[in-house]
Write a protein that binds this ligand. Structure first.
Ligand code: OFO
Length: 176
């Protein structure tokens, strides 16, 4: 059984994962309208992953006798300044998510909830991967600078990335 502190904290995380999904979905849709099919494909997939992170939490809370609450979400931005701005936002957002996961882990230790602590280790590893990926992409964007043909190849690269990532996810590579 979850303590009310842990249950409230997990529900807060459910809301954060849901809003991440919504945020990345808005970015994907914007990128698609800009003709950036690689970037949008990557972001649509990212939005799906965040939804899966949310679902995993809802199911866990319910299994442990709590109630995973589906949150109301505010409207994410419609337009973005540039591809660089999008990925800067993603990196910033993922660092925030990592901090929130770490706080959650701390709460489970204080509450001596070792089951939830164990469950959260998946999120701890996932955040390492997500931050590393966002940094890797930002490094590429910095290399491109203002070069338009660079952006074209970057978009094509991300298309391959999204397809490879999807294959990995289906094959259970990241345990998703
Ligand atoms: Fe759910 O990991 Fe990103 O936000």
């Amino acid at each position: 059984m979850l303590s009310s502190k842990v249950s409230t904290a997990l529900n807060k995380q459910i809301e954060l994962e849901a809003s991440s999904s919504q945020y990345y979905l808005a970015m994907a849709s914007w990128a698609e309208t800009q003709g950036l099919n690689g970037v949008s494909g990557f972001l649509y997939k990212h939005a799906d992953e965040e939804r899966m992170h949310m679902l995993k939490l809802i199911k866990f809370v319910n299994e442990r006798g709590g109630h995973g609450v589906v949150p109301a979400l505010s409207q994410p931005p419609v337009k973005f300044k540039s591809v660089k701005a999008v990925f800067e936002e993603i990196l910033k957002h993922e660092v925030k998510v990592t901090n929130e996961i770490n706080k959650l882990v701390e709460i489970t230790l204080k509450e001596r909830d070792y089951t939830t602590h164990n469950f959260l280790q998946w999120y701890v590893s996932e955040q390492i991967e997500e931050e590393a990926l966002a940094r890797q992409i930002m490094d590429k964007i910095k290399l491109i600078g203002d070069d338009k043909s660079g952006l074209y190849f970057f978009d094509r690269d991300l298309e391959t990335f999204a397809v490879a990532g999807a294959g990995q996810a289906e094959g259970g590579g990241k345990g998703k």
